[in-house]
Design a protein around this ligand. Structure first.
Ligand SMILES: [Zn+2]
Ligand SMILES: [Zn+2]
Length: 351
């Protein structure tokens, strides 16, 4: 079968012929319906050098945002039906530490023994006709579209996790939320906030078209640049924002987050931008009791919940599809910054 593989450090991926995988005990082979190309894949093949992360070292098949149909069911697997559609929870931990026990494999304490981070992250992923995954990592889709579901596996789950942890800040009338950065994750963050809270949603970005998209989903928008923080604060009645989500995580966006959060508010740095910020909250000045946290991806139960939002019709992920043969073009476009929304590779149209 064909697969898009990360073959060496700082080397553009290759479309190669590999053996079709088989399901070991507790595993399932999926016929891949959709596999999202992610900016973190670009970081892996473009920026990683030996030692950056030994758990995500070449070689492996890319693709950690995967949905497909169960094709081969391994020994000891119950409750998975051949031909049914599933979305894959990408992180794979040891399964028995205190984080894995609650489906939070992202923070597995035994990750070094596991030997990889997850599907398409050190272990073969879904940029192929077939992928083998632990049965535990499968979330049933029912009638939901596997292509849309794959777009949620990371780009939806990551904001969903951050938003869920911030709900205590938003569960009151008159609350406000700010989304900084309106790429795939940011636009989904706006929709998730709309579906789950009554907060006034403010969204900010440099790009005009991204602002217009966010408005379609019910956000008030403020462009980046001159007067940005003042305008955002004005939209909160001068109080500052209750829950800020920085989907970018670079110096200037972190600073915008810190300057706009209100007393008792919460800043979540969701984006994995490389640059930090020197900004400090000043003593004897608001915001008192504001908190700053960073999050990474999300949990297995949360992916299950997020699929319920998709099934209810509350989420409209933005994406463009490509065939597996066009997959390298998709990565090249991602590398060039020419992709808006998600680039989703569709290796198989149907089961
Ligand atoms: Zn991703
Ligand atoms: Zn674990």
């Amino acid at each position: 079968m064909k697969a898009i593989r990360y073959t060496d450090y700082q080397t553009f991926p290759q479309l190669v012929e590999v053996d079709k995988p088989t399901a070991g005990p507790g595993e399932v082979v999926l016929k891949v319906a959709a596999s999202g190309a992610c900016h973190s894949d670009v970081a892996v093949f473009n920026d990683f050098v030996e030692g950056t992360n030994p758990l995500c070292a070449p070689q492996f098949t890319l693709g950690h945002e995967v949905a497909g149909w169960a094709d081969e069911i391994g020994e000891g697997v119950d409750g998975i039906e051949r031909g049914e559609a599933y979305v894959v929870y990408g992180p794979v931990g040891c399964g028995h530490c205190r984080f894995c026990m609650v489906g939070q494999d992202t923070y597995c304490e035994n990750v070094a023994e596991v030997g990889y981070l997850g599907i398409g992250l050190g272990r073969d992923g879904g940029m192929a006709e077939y992928v083998v995954v632990p049965a535990r990592n499968l979330v049933p889709l029912g009638d939901a579209d596997p292509v849309k579901a794959s777009a949620l596996a990371d780009a939806g789950l990551t904001p969903y996790h951050a938003i869920k942890l911030s709900l205590p800040k938003l569960n009151k009338a008159g609350s406000t939320a700010l989304v900084i950065g309106l790429g795939g994750l940011g636009l989904l963050a706006v929709q998730i906030l709309k579906a789950m809270t009554s907060a006034t949603i403010i969204a900010t970005d440099t790009k005009e078209d991204a602002l217009r998209e966010a408005e379609k989903f019910g956000a008030l928008t403020v462009p980046s640049g001159e007067g940005q923080t003042e305008k955002i604060r004005e939209l909160t009645g001068g109080r500052g924002v209750d829950a800020v989500f920085d989907m970018v995580g670079v110096g200037p966006t972190v600073e915008t987050a810190m300057k706009t959060v209100g007393t008792n508010g919460r800043v979540t740095i969701v984006g994995l931008g490389a640059a930090g910020s020197d900004y400090n909250w000043q003593w004897y000045k608001e915001p008192y009791e504001a908190e700053l946290v960073k999050t990474y991806w999300g949990t297995l139960p949360e992916l299950n919940e997020l699929i319920a939002l998709l099934q209810q019709g509350d989420l409209e992920p933005q994406y463009t599809t490509y065939t597996l043969d066009e997959g390298l073009d998709a990565y090249q476009k991602l590398l060039n910054g020419e992709v808006s929304g998600r680039a989703i590779i569709v290796p198989n149209e149907r089961f």
